[in-house]
Design a protein around this ligand. Structure first.
Ligand code: 4FN
Length: 242
């Protein structure tokens, strides 16, 4: 899978993408990330990418000409790639959207700066606007990083089979059970006995119950989106009573 990123900060992505499984996948060629410097598509001496807003007001707007040129340049190499703009007005990013976009061969990602991009760029070129959450950012670049991490790890061969993407907690849609490792006693606190019992069926039951408990307490909204068994539902009903 190839991510083209249109940005005024192409170097922003270097360090985060040079660590861990994403870095390994880039080295192996399973993932490709190609930052495109928006300033290379400017024509003035100062390589300007912003201008004052029509109608007045504080802040600057990303000027359309360099963006149109940059997008057209990338589209010529990847004509079928959807164009995504990271924006607070976008569809909220989640595992389901990550999973569906991981089916694409290539994606063109646009990172906004200043107060945002000229609306005509959105109208003419953008296929989908995506938001990573409800907070203020200084630019779309951190959103693009979150997106590449979440989508990239779903590409076959990016994760080791040991922790494949179908095995993890957001694939089940629930929060995870608590984790423990050595030592058995730490600062006077013990590891739950069941995890030392060697009874794998009991351990799986305990983990499922803990997952359901934590999800009900912290993120009850997730329970509505996931598949639950009759015994899960019965356990949840009992939790709600107590
Ligand atoms: N942010 C809000 C309301 C109005 C503006 C912002 C805001 C970066 C270019 C957009 C923000 C959040 C999640 C991109 C925020 C995201 C951005 C994102 C983003 C500079 C203009 C801006 C009500 C959400 C707090 C700045 C709410 N996911 N403007 O942050 O790009 O992708």
């Amino acid at each position: 899978m190839k991510f083209h990123i249109i940005t005024i900060f192409p170097d922003y992505f270097d360090s985060p993408l040079s660590h861990g499984v994403i870095a390994k996948a880039i080295e192996a060629g399973t993932l490709q990330v190609e930052p495109v410097d928006l300033r290379d598509f400017t024509t003035d001496r100062h390589r300007t990418t912003d201008d004052r807003p029509y109608g007045g007001g504080a802040g600057m707007v990303m000027t359309p000409e360099p963006l149109a040129k940059a997008i057209s340049h990338v589209k010529a190499q990847a004509p079928d790639a959807p164009v995504i703009l990271f924006s607070p007005a976008g569809r909220l990013f989640d595992h389901k959207l990550a999973s569906s976009l991981s089916q694409q061969e290539e994606l063109i990602l646009i990172c906004g700066r200043y107060e945002g991009v000229d609306q005509r760029i959105i109208d003419k070129f953008v296929d989908m606007e995506i938001s990573i959450g409800d907070f203020v950012l200084t630019g779309g670049e951190p959103a693009a990083l979150v997106f590449i991490d979440a989508v990239g790890r779903l590409i076959p061969g990016v994760l080791g089979c040991k922790d494949s993407a179908t095995q993890d907690s957001f694939a089940t849609g629930l929060l995870e059970h608590p984790h423990y490792t050595r030592p058995r006693t730490f600062m006077g606190m013990e590891v739950p006995d069941v995890l030392l019992s060697g009874d794998h069926k009991k351990i799986e039951e305990w983990r499922r119950k803990k997952s359901l408990e934590t999800t009900l307490e912290r993120r009850p909204d997730l329970l509505d989106k996931t598949e639950l068994t009759e015994s899960d539902l019965e356990y949840l009903r009992n939790l709600k009573k107590s």
